[in-house]
Design a protein around this ligand. Structure first.
Ligand SMILES: *Cc1c(COP(=O)(O)O)cnc(C)c1O
Length: 416
């Protein structure tokens, strides 16, 4: 074994917003022997995970599973429905929206990148990276597109670089209000199975997700959830697609198989993750993420630091972005915390590099693991000489102690 853990005792605190910590139960499931992906037992596994993922996406329509990271599923979404030179309307909420926009360019599409203009006075950071998608801007732009050149509207549900969510139902309403036929494509790579998400009810045509965030799996599989309209579009779209093409996969999935070798062991893990999530129930899963987010925000408020999210209505339940005071290099702070306390925090990405850090609170956490993480951050802030208004640890303890856990069976040690 290579020495990946230089600390002799205890568990590393993987407090980044994905990959999230993988529960023992899932690790054990993944360690089972690989089976014949054309054999008789495999079909049960394939059928189960697809049906389970339909429940997670809240859809009755096909869900495609790829042996790829989330980026692959981004490409799949675009490659299946678009033709070279197609206009797509994308919305700049942060670094991940920016990367998807760059990918559209590389695929020879004509992405237009809509953003909330201006710089935030308090932090000097772009306003668009502190707020969710503004549906009225989408509606305004679509109303100007009388000839319907725009083929799709692409937005990120939970912008992992900032800790801001977007109201996806409002984007659907904007498209409908403009009377525009564009497809709605949504990246919920870090939102799914942590934040409320409803593929069918919200009128989404393609949802994109990945394994290593709310689903608590290692990186390596990703998803497209489809709508009948997206499937129809894929039949006439002309971007080259082979590995990513939905048609053959959806066809073979009907019997529980794939046209090529799927990631068998990660599918064991997915099957286990689905049992855990669906046994607990999605409403309880969403509630515990909101509860953790509330505790972490209470800590950040007590420290007197701004959250990257500037709109109280759209704080992410998955992660919290914390802006460091001017002159405090957030990357140096993260390094210090990592070296001293074996705690990994998310970096500021793209335009936010060095200006903020991210605390992940998703998947296999509980109140006390989060208290440990917050203690690590608070000690780090103190060591780095960052002035704090008060103790975030005390504020978070008060939050968790005053708010009882949701009533359903928590993922406690009985289930391990
Ligand atoms: C993690 C993430 C991605 C990228 O997924 P990979 O698995 O790293 O390819 C894209 N979008 C969002 C919102 C993410 O959180």
């Amino acid at each position: 074994m290579i020495a990946l853990n230089k600390h002799p005792s205890g568990r590393h605190f993987l407090q980044i917003p994905g990959p999230s910590p993988v529960p023992d139960r899932i690790l054990r499931a993944i360690s089972l022997p690989t089976i014949d992906h054309r054999g008789p037992e495999f079909a049960n596994l394939g059928t189960k995970v697809i049906a389970g993922m339909q429940q997670i996406f809240q859809t009755r329509h096909p869900v495609v599973v790829y042996p790829a990271s989330g980026t692959g599923a981004w490409e799949a979404a675009l490659a299946n429905v678009a033709s070279p030179g197609d206009a797509v309307l994308m919305y700049e909420t942060g670094h991940f929206a920016t990367l998807w926009n760059k990918m559209a360019l590389r695929l020879s599409l004509k992405p237009e990148f809509l953003a909330l203009e201006g710089i935030d006075d308090a932090t000097g950071l772009p306003r668009s990276w502190r707020h969710g998608v503004q549906a009225e801007l989408v509606e305004q732009r679509l109303r100007q597109d009388g000839s319907h050149r725009i083929k799709a509207v692409c937005v990120v549900h939970n912008e992992t670089s900032t800790g801001v969510t977007s109201d996806i139902a409002s984007v659907r309403r904007a498209i409908d209000a403009a009377g525009h036929p564009a497809l709605l494509m949504v990246d919920t790579i870090s939102g799914l199975a942590s934040a409320d998400f409803r593929h069918d009810e919200w009128g989404i045509d393609v949802s994109v997700s990945g394994s290593q965030k709310g689903l608590m799996l290692p990186p390596g599989i990703s998803f497209n959830a489809l709508s009948p309209k997206a499937i129809a579009a894929s039949k006439t779209a002309t971007l080259p697609k082979a590995f990513w093409a939905w048609d053959e996969i959806v066809e073979m999935n009907r019997t529980g198989y794939w046209p090529y070798t799927p990631n068998t062991n990660l599918l064991y893990g997915l099957s286990e993750a689905l049992d855990m999530l669906l046994e607990q129930g999605l409403p309880q899963v969403f509630a515990r993420h909101q509860r953790w987010a509330g505790g972490v925000r209470a800590a950040v408020r007590a420290w007197g630091l701004p959250t990257q999210c500037a709109d109280d209505r759209v704080h992410s339940p998955v992660l919290t972005g914390v802006v460091t005071p001017k002159g405090v290099d957030a990357d140096a702070l993260r390094r210090l915390i990592h070296d001293r306390f074996d705690l990994s925090l998310g970096a500021g990405l793209g335009k936010l590099k060095g200006r903020m850090f991210r605390i992940g609170h998703l998947g296999d956490c509980n109140d006390l693991t989060l208290m440990g993480a917050l203690a690590g951050v608070e000690m780090g802030l103190k060591l780095a000489g960052v002035p704090m208004a008060g103790s975030g640890v005390e504020a978070a303890m008060a939050h968790f102690a005053s708010e009882p856990q949701a009533s359903s069976q928590p993922q406690g040690h009985a289930s391990r």
